[in-house]
Design a protein around this ligand. Structure first.
Ligand SMILES: [Zn+2]
Ligand SMILES: [Zn+2]
Length: 213
């Protein structure tokens, strides 16, 4: 008959996980985890609250914290129970052959507050393109409103709008979104380019779209 090499209980007395009784196996698993994971780093944007996971900021806090822990304790699985910025509680699951072992675990979390690139850009007035809207003032205002709605719908932003004598200059966050806006609206702007910066030997331009409405 199988006996637990740690506590000497037999298969008749208790359930086993592998060669150990379940209770000793659980203690060993918790001991391993304690040795392996001292604390879990959580990188959180102090402005939008999103949490970084594999290079991207994610909206769903619980889901993301769960995935961060899961990656840390792999091949064990983790399901989140609670997170308060200082501790992470949940259930760790170990699977071996057809046996399953679970334990409640608590990890110390080290939450680092940063500012994500999106929030940083919003704050610093970042822009990649300017729409120069000229002509009929009602049409100019209407198109400026559409730009605002369009950019916020697609996770971009308008960093500023300047009144000019005969229209508006609308500074926007993305050239890609600008191209999409122009395509969808079937607009025919006059495009010009000004050098913005040089990055890895590449000249990066800001686009100006002049529209007469
Ligand atoms: Zn035992
Ligand atoms: Zn942010």
């Amino acid at each position: 008959m199988k006996r637990c090499p740690i506590c000497n209980k037999s298969e008749e007395d208790t359930v086993f996980f592998g060669e150990f009784c379940e209770s000793c196996a659980r203690k060993r698993m918790l001991g391993d985890l304690e040795g392996k994971v001292k604390k879990i780093d959580i990188i959180k944007c102090k402005s939008c609250g999103r949490i970084k996971f594999s290079g991207e900021y994610k909206e769903n806090e619980a889901d993301t914290v769960g995935r961060i822990v899961g990656k840390e304790i792999s091949p064990l699985k983790f399901s989140l129970y609670a997170y308060n910025g200082k501790t992470i509680e949940g259930i760790a699951t170990k699977r071996e052959h057809n046996e399953v072992l679970q334990a409640e675990v608590v990890f110390r979390a080290d939450e680092k507050n940063v500012m994500c690139q999106d929030c940083y850009r919003r704050r610093s007035g970042y822009y990649e393109a300017v729409f120069q809207l000229r002509g009929n003032s009602e049409r100019v205002k209407k198109l400026a409103r559409k730009l605002n709605e369009f950019f916020s719908r697609y996770d971009g932003f308008v960093s500023k709008t300047e009144e000019k004598g005969n229209g508006l200059d609308v500074y926007v966050s993305s050239k890609i979104l600008s191209a999409k806006f122009i395509e969808i609206g079937r607009l025919k702007p006059t495009i010009s380019y000004t050098l913005f910066t040089v990055k890895n030997n590449k000249k990066i331009y800001r686009n100006t779209y002049a529209l007469h409405l």
